[in-house]
Design a protein around this ligand. Sequence first.
Ligand SMILES: [Zn+2]
Length: 166
Amino acid sequence: MTKKANESISASLLRRYTIHEAGHAVACVLLGRRLQYIELRVGRNGPEGHVICGQHPNLDPRRACDKVHARRMIEREVKIAWAGLAAEELFYERRDLDGLDDDAAMIDALLKRLERDRGRREDLGAHLLGQCRRLMCDYRAGIRCVATQLAARRSLVCSEVREMVL
Ligand SMILES: [Zn+2]
């Protein structure tokens, strides 16, 4: 493979990472989750993205005094976790939701706190993914803007993301 081909592959992979992280960040901002910053690092093993949020609220609905609130908080976490993949899907028309990181494992763990029954858990997961996809679709322009800025500046704080989205 020529050097030029290598470079163009890494540029397109980088773009995909920025779209993925922008999806998480935009969902955070829209759903009222405390976002500290997002960043993109490019190391020897390729790009690596992070979305750094504030601390989780207490997320065990069985122990929480306000079970409805706890459920809502977990559902919000699930939607934010779906958002990276949903943004990739939106921009790349991917249907397999084959992600860049371990979001699927986290989504599964969160859903297990909400539903023990496997069928109901899958239904809930699909329902929350549907809501997340609509959110990504409605804020497509904001995601693109955040991704472009992330590629250029490598890190963005919450207020910068908010300004581009809201
Ligand atoms: Zn992710």
